[in-house]
Design a protein around this ligand. Structure first.
Ligand SMILES: [Cu+2]
Length: 100
């Protein structure tokens, strides 16, 4: 009985523990460029470069907007699937967020 109650609590409580993932933008690259997250998780993109960057999902799932040096932005990944993203200022900078 106690075990069942504990299991029920864990199942109900899980969505509250959305994780935050960190991506550094450095040397004209996303580090890491490939992430696996759970739906509802957040990702904080931080720009360490002198150049401005964005992290913009091709499918519109998230967009940091323009980040200047030292700026960061937290986005929420609300939809499951593979979200390819790139920097709109430097379209050769690419990455993929896979949300399950
Ligand atoms: Cu860029």
């Amino acid at each position: 009985m106690r075990l069942a109650l504990t299991a029920a609590f864990v199942l109900v409580a899980l969505p509250a523990f959305a994780a935050d993932h960190a991506v550094e933008i450095k040397g004209m690259k996303f580090v890491p460029a490939t992430l696996e997250v759970a739906v509802g998780d957040t990702i904080t993109f931080a720009n360490a470069d002198g150049a401005p960057h964005t992290a913009t999902a091709d499918d519109g799932a998230f967009d940091t907007g323009r980040l200047n040096k030292g700026q960061s932005k937290q986005v929420t990944v609300a939809a499951a699937g593979d979200h390819a993203f790139k920097c709109l200022v430097h379209p050769m900078m690419k990455g993929t967020v896979t949300a399950k």
